[in-house]
Design a protein around this ligand. Structure first.
Ligand code: ARG
Length: 286
């Protein structure tokens, strides 16, 4: 099924309608403060590895072209979701989007804070499966290095950060209501990693995807609560200072029984192991 791609597409495109109908300030104040219910605004310095993926040609200037999230894992390497780079989202093969950029060190998309860096190369995981959403990651190589310190380490397989109950922070510029309210400021939400059997029961296989414990993890609250949402895809889920997930999919946002599903970063590490596109050791920095 291509539902997840359709949903990723609906988010950014629906935005144009929302923005023309309601001034940004009004939509921001009407929304609960968060990446969906229970989240909160943060300054990018609190999660400096969080970047926005931007194409103004494709998505317009109203939110600086933001259409997905990403995460810096080295000064020239950004991870995002494979589905963010689908033709249906960016309108063309990703290596041909002329103005594909990452926006780094910027809290307010409409400010000139931080920097915009061109993407030099896009590699979509060849094993990404649109039916299940398994393997939902892509590796972007930047034309210029990001600032030192704007990088997060990837948690290796077996790291305690992956254990159920682990507290994690997800950050992005995605929908803060589940109803298409896209903020200009970065938001974050606290979520807990759930056990694989819980995730598998929540998503045995349906139109939105199927849970695969080797390539995914899920997080949130089964009673409903803080969650990522459309527009956050590709962005970071960080626990104990290490990257464990990339926002990937879910049924709705923050709904009871439907936790958020993330690309499992230890599987990204495994896939990249030894390849030229593989992660470099993240620099220590301020
Ligand atoms: N697929 C969405 C995107 O493209 C992310 C959805 C995450 N959903 C969730 N309930 N955690 O932005």
């Amino acid at each position: 099924m291509r539902r997840s791609i359709a949903r990723a597409l609906i988010g950014p495109l629906a935005l144009a309608a929302v923005v023309t109908a309601i001034p940004l300030a009004a939509s921001a104040s009407a929304a609960p403060a968060g990446v969906v219910v229970g989240g909160f605004p943060i300054d990018v310095s609190q999660a400096p590895w969080t970047v926005a993926l931007s194409s103004r040609d494709r998505f317009g200037r109203t939110r600086a072209g933001q259409f997905c999230g990403g995460v810096a894992v080295s000064r020239t390497t950004v991870l995002t979701a494979a589905h963010c780079m689908a033709d249906e989202v960016v309108g063309t093969p990703p290596n041909r989007v002329g103005d594909l950029k990452v926006i780094a060190s910027r809290t307010d998309l409409l400010s000139t804070e931080g920097e915009e860096i061109a993407v030099r190369d896009v590699r979509v995981n060849p094993r990404y499966d649109v039916e299940t959403n398994s393997g939902d990651f892509a590796v972007l190589t930047l034309a210029e290095p990001l600032p030192r310190g704007a990088v997060v380490a990837m948690a290796p397989k077996g790291d305690a950060a992956y254990e159920p109950g682990s507290q994690a922070l997800v950050s992005g510029w995605g929908d803060v209501t589940g109803g298409g309210a896209y903020p200009r400021h970065l938001h974050a939400a606290r979520v807990r990693v759930l056990a694989d059997d819980v995730c598998a029961r929540a998503y045995p296989g349906g139109p939105d995807g199927a849970y695969r414990a080797d390539t995914m993890l899920c997080a949130g609250d089964l009673a409903g609560g803080p969650d990522a949402c459309q527009g956050d895809s590709g962005g970071p889920l960080v626990a104990s200072g290490r990257l464990i997930g990339l926002v990937s999919w879910g049924t709705g946002c923050g709904r009871p029984g439907d936790p958020g599903v993330y690309t499992r970063v230890s599987d990204v590490l495994r896939s990249l192991g030894g390849s030229a596109a593989g992660p470099q050791r993240p620099e220590k920095g301020s």
